[in-house]
Write a protein that binds this ligand. Structure first.
Ligand code: FES
Length: 206
């Protein structure tokens, strides 16, 4: 009898433990679900123009400096670029944020076509995000020595090609959207400054 009574008590304990585990499991799943919904909501609320977690800290008036080469960190002078030239630049003092990396390009103003926003250009200088919208590699400049207006931007990671005279529209490869344009202006002392933030999403969009 004692054993029988003990057996009944054990079965009851097991049932209780099983039920408690079930309730705990349900609570954990509910919490995870709620957390997931919250994350989705926050993602929707975050500004879409910033892309997948890439948030620039460029502000109007920031001076453009070289991002690479022997002049790295020094202010770029407008007179140092010829037609068809391009440089990777950062806003001065803000190179620690890779989302701030920009490609500054010099073309003939007459080359600019829609959807390029000519108001964001100055004296043939035009600038775009240098972060590929496919998987985030840094883009490169392919200069056509004989015909500067035929130069273009390419991402060599997976060969996406962008048209700088037409708002960096994608002309080949897997990049889903153009590189975002950002306003620049040449100052009286021949330095170049940003006039605002990027006009579209930056960083990888897949
Ligand atoms: S990361 Fe640029 S094409 Fe893939």
């Amino acid at each position: 009898m004692v054993n029988g009574a003990g057996g009944t008590a054990d079965a009851g304990d097991k049932k209780f433990i099983t039920r408690r585990r079930f309730i705990l499991g349900t609570i954990v799943i509910a919490v995870i679900g709620a957390f997931g919904s919250l994350l989705s909501m926050l993602k929707l609320l975050s500004p879409s123009k910033k892309g997948s977690g890439y948030v620039s800290t460029i502000a109007p008036g920031d001076v453009l400096v070289y991002a690479s080469g022997s002049n790295i960190g020094t202010e770029i002078k407008a007179g140092s670029l010829n037609l068809g030239d391009a440089e990777l630049v950062y806003p001065k003092g803000k190179s620690s944020n890779p989302a701030n990396l920009v490609q500054l390009i010099k073309l003939a103003e007459s080359d600019f076509k829609e959807p390029t926003d000519s108001k964001l250009t100055d004296k043939g200088f035009i600038a775009y995000s240098a972060i590929c919208t496919h998987l985030g590699c840094t883009v490169s400049w392919v200069k056509n020595q004989t015909s500067p207006d035929a130069s273009y931007t390419e991402c060599f990671c997976h060969n996406s090609i962008f048209n700088p005279a037409r708002g960096e529209l994608v002309e080949g490869g897997p990049a889903p959207i153009p590189l975002a344009q950002i306003g620049v202006k040449v100052t009286d002392d021949d330095t170049i400054v940003f006039t605002g933030d990027f006009m579209g999403p930056i960083g990888p969009q897949v």
